[in-house]
Design a binder for this molecule. Sequence first.
Ligand code: 5AD
Ligand code: SF4
Length: 463
Amino acid sequence: MATAPKYYIKTYGCQMNERDSEIMAGQLDQIGYQVSPKDSEADLIIINTCAVRASAEQHAFGYIGQLKQLKDSRPQMRLAVAGCMAQEPGTVAWIKRHAPHVDLVFGTHNLHELPRLLEEVEEHEATVVEVWKSAGDVVEHLPSHRNDGVRAYVNIIYGCDKFCTYCIVPFTRGKERSRELPDVVDEVRALAREGYQDITVLGQNVNSYGHDLVPALDLADLLEALEKIEGVRWLHYITPHPRDFSQRLISAIAHSQTITHHVHLPVQAGSNPILKRMNRKYTREEYLDLVSRVKTAIPDASLTTDIIVGFPGESEEDFQQTLDLVREVRYDAAFTFIYSPREGTPAARWEGRDPVPNPIKKDRLNRLMELQYQISLEANLKMIGTTETVLIDGLSRKNPNVWAGRTQSNKVVLLDRDPAVDLIDRFVPVRIEQAKTFYLSGRQAGAPLSGRSPRRRVELPLV
Ligand code: 5AD
Ligand code: SF4
């Protein structure tokens, strides 16, 4: 009997891409493939790419180039490029010129066609390119190969209509399309029955959820429906936009034990002229007002953000406004980025005329990170002496005698391990004893909250 062909998927970028990879994997399982732990043993390698910054693209281009050797030694192997980069015309041209060893290019809108596309590859010599320019209807009931454990991710809205001037996403992911509420509820109910207790609902712009449905809905309607589902212990939502963050949503979060009190509010910049040129559609004052409403309604909220430095034309004074805002909000953590011009976006044209020089971009990033690290440490130090519920993900990569997990607000917590007791996938009360900039550590302070999850793990993951 012939052995099943093996696949390996390399995923770059955000959680939406991770989820797309699970759907590709589910379809491959269904047509008889098996997952391979190594690319060198795979019969099919899919590279699911990210286009949000040049650095992510460089990694993917590098990996595609590297696979030439593997392909030369195993010519029957198939290589596919998918994801956001595939939606960019420049990538297809680059592959045709520099990487003819790629067999298939498909985009973010047609991943449900993967089995048919693989058949087509067998019929053609040249690279098969099938990238849809725009999104079709939402496709339901696709198979999916989810990770082990108790965390699961669920798409609720695809695409983005906001057109921030630096961002490639509206071009690679298309217009906003929400899934119908009953479809999402059914999926989460099935996941909860399977033992998934930590659910994250996903969208590029998650709080636009339902605005395109008839009748229109708010994200709060969906979260309120999902938190009632038996077995769902934690409910996260990523990524929100400050503009559509409704007061109803704030109060739904405030009144819930299930919806996480982690509030991610990407600010991007602290100066009004830059916010305006970024097309963020809020002012510094409106943003700070939202933060203060969140803090009032949810006093234990853990606030995080995304910030870009070195946007075209950003002056030292503009940057000082960003630092000031960070001092005022006191985020628990911030994801900080140097502006990266993306071809086809308005800001990329301005970068040609009015760029911030590279050394200044780097210096601003360093100053911003230094400030944020200090604030993160202070916020973490305040947690010493509190007891937090921690979902244990695996063993610490640095020390196998230590468990690593996360709080509902996504803070990493380390915990000494008794090898006789298996805490994997369990919700454990931990008394926090030590705080660092990027993690907390503590001691178990009681029995795990729930019985063993029915999910089965092949091996203990390192985190
Ligand atoms: N350059 C740098 N950072 C970017 N982001 C999005 N586009 C760019 C870009 N062109 C950042 C934003 C966003 C996060 C996911 O990535 O901060 O919130
Ligand atoms: Fe990009 Fe702005 Fe849409 Fe976020 S809201 S995906 S930053 S265009």
